[in-house]
Design a protein around this ligand. Structure first.
Ligand code: GLA
Length: 381
């Protein structure tokens, strides 16, 4: 019996027919702050994620234990709170309320959650918890898997309306639909998507977590969204465009405010970089892709103003290392992680000195994760 089964038995007693589910986190390879602008993004699900063990308990209560928080939460199905509790379990509560509203019959069960995905690090731990809960409860209560695109949309709605975070669709979509060895090209307006094979030969994606809490991220995120909304209004008065990512560099002339101009330039150039990245990755041109990653970081730092000293330190350090083809901040910014394309044989040689200089400068060590493109949420048999 493995560690999680033992833990489950210890918490909930001897039980048979325990089902297991896993939902990965995601890393966005390029196309940052583009999903809510309706453009193309290029994320992949990663091998780190959350595992759930679940068994019906023939009661009207759902117990959820998180090994991370070492806490058990009880939901009484007869009296589910209808507002968020400002607690990690809000993502699960939001899903339960949504499924019930949809007409699903909920019944009691015991759940154990165990995660190796760092929380609040820009690797979509919230989306993973929502999508895992949705997929697992839907599978257990209805006996079949949900439609993955609808699930991603529902989870984004739960996050926007119930939890109150104004995110785009990328994270939920990526953790729901990821495929092994492939990145997802997602059109965030139409949700049309295709997969690009990731064949990295001697290279690998290394994720470097600054371990800096992303305190400013939420307010700045909303501010960037509204700045982009203003730019869209200005441009679409001159010519019809639906999304800011349809604008061209010539449209920048229509914008006089210097801040709005910078934000818009990021949206336009980042979108072009996604298109070039798809071409580069499809032909295995890793050097070209690495260069686009570096340019993306510069644009997020200089034009979109969502980087921070810790992310810039990692980016600058690795951009000067010949074993790294490219590096950029990933996720919303203001902390969280960088993703780097590095020579797989040199991971230790790269991470050790970086860890030391980072610690000397910031007083804390970064964490490193070597990640492969992985399957979206699934049951484990
Ligand atoms: C967060 C949001 C996503 C996306 C990224 C930035 O991860 O949840 O929807 O906007 O930031 O690309």
């Amino acid at each position: 019996m493995d560690y999680l089964s033992t833990r489950f038995r210890h918490l909930f007693g001897e039980v048979k027919n325990v089902q297991r589910f896993f939902c990965p986190g995601r890393v966005n390879l390029i196309g940052e702050h583009i999903d809510y602008l309706g453009g193309l993004v290029l994320p992949m699900a990663i091998s780190l994620g959350i595992t759930a063990l679940i068994v019906p308990n023939k009661s009207t209560k759902i117990h959820v234990h998180s090994t991370d928080f070492d806490e058990t939460i009880e939901f009484n199905l007869g009296s589910l709170p209808i507002a968020k509790q400002k607690h990690w379990s809000d993502f699960i509560l939001g899903v339960l309320l949504h499924l019930r509203e949809q007409g699903d019959e909920l019944s009691g069960c015991d759940v154990l959650l165990d995660s190796n995905l760092p929380k609040g690090a820009g690797l979509s731990s919230s989306a993973a918890l929502e999508v895992l809960s949705y997929f697992m409860f839907h599978s257990v209560f209805k006996g079949k898997e949900p439609n993955r695109t609808q699930m991603a949309l529902d989870c984004q709605k739960i996050e926007n309306e119930f939890v109150g975070l104004n995110c785009g669709i990328m994270d939920q979509f990526a953790v729901a639909n990821g495929k092994e060895n492939q990145a997802i090209v997602l059109n965030c307006s139409s949700l049309d998507h295709e997969f690009v094979p990731i064949s990295l030969a001697d290279y690998t994606f290394l994720i470097i977590n600054t371990n800096k809490p992303r305190t400013l991220a939420e307010s700045a995120y909303n501010q960037r969204r509204s700045e982009c909304g203003e730019s869209l209004n200005i441009i679409s008065k001159q010519r019809h465009i639906e999304n800011l990512t349809e604008a061209t560099l010539r449209d920048l002339e229509l914008i006089s405010d210097p801040i709005l101009k910078k934000r818009t330039r990021h949206a336009i150039t980042e979108q072009l970089r996604v298109q070039d990245s798809i071409a580069a990755l499809s032909t295995g041109n890793l050097k070209a892709f690495g260069k686009l990653m570096n340019e993306s970081h510069a644009s997020l730092r200089n034009d979109y103003d969502v980087s921070c000293d810790e992310l810039d330190f990692i980016a600058t350090n690795l951009q000067n290392n010949s074993d790294c083809l490219g590096v950029r901040m990933t996720g919303a910014g203001f902390g969280g992680c960088c993703v780097a394309l590095v020579n797989s044989k040199m991971v230790k040689n790269i991470s050790k000195p970086l860890s030391e200089t980072f610690k000397a400068r910031f007083g804390m060590s970064p964490s490193f994760y070597d990640c492969k493109p992985s399957h979206g949420v699934h049951s484990i048999t």
